[in-house]
Design a protein around this ligand. Structure first.
Ligand SMILES: [Zn+2]
Length: 149
């Protein structure tokens, strides 16, 4: 089977599957190929198939210019992580070693609800999770701990 990009007299575009190019010509001559939108039988083949465009895009990816963009992407990722970390630092109270204790107090409404950050051992984190307290680990780079003034 081959796929053709087709267009009718009204510029409706659609794909048609045929056993061969000859099969398409034959069906077209007998008005068996019709536009799915307007049922026009005046169908013509468009010169390029989408797969040709895809093949060309794949070639571009292997050019040196495109691969030079990779380190920039990692840098952007790092910037985004740093921004997130800064936001976390600004929006959370640092409770340090008392993290698990404070998280419980907030969960059981013994302390005002707020975001906190601090250190917890894996065992403490597991216990908090068991109690239904949401805890997530986020590595905070040193650069984010000193907000720019
Ligand atoms: Zn049409």
């Amino acid at each position: 089977m081959i796929v053709f990009n087709l267009a009718c007299a009204h510029e409706h575009r659609f794909e048609g599957w045929f056993a061969s190019g000859d099969e398409f010509d034959s069906q077209c001559a007998r008005s068996l190929v019709q536009c799915p939108v307007c049922a026009s039988a005046e169908i013509r083949r468009l010169p390029s198939a989408p797969r040709l465009n895809l093949a060309r895009a794949g070639g571009d990816e292997r050019t040196p210019a495109a691969s030079a963009g990779a380190p920039a992407t990692a840098e952007v990722m790092q910037q985004k992580l740093l921004q997130m970390a800064r936001m976390l630092v600004q929006q959370t109270d640092d409770v340090g070693e008392r993290f698990a204790e404070e998280a419980r107090k907030i969960h059981y409404r013994e302390a005002p609800p707020r975001g906190i950050r601090g250190v917890a051992s894996p065992v403490e984190v597991a216990e908090l999770n068991d109690e239904g307290i949401e805890v997530f680990a986020f590595p905070i780079p040193d650069a984010a701990k000193n907000p720019l003034q």
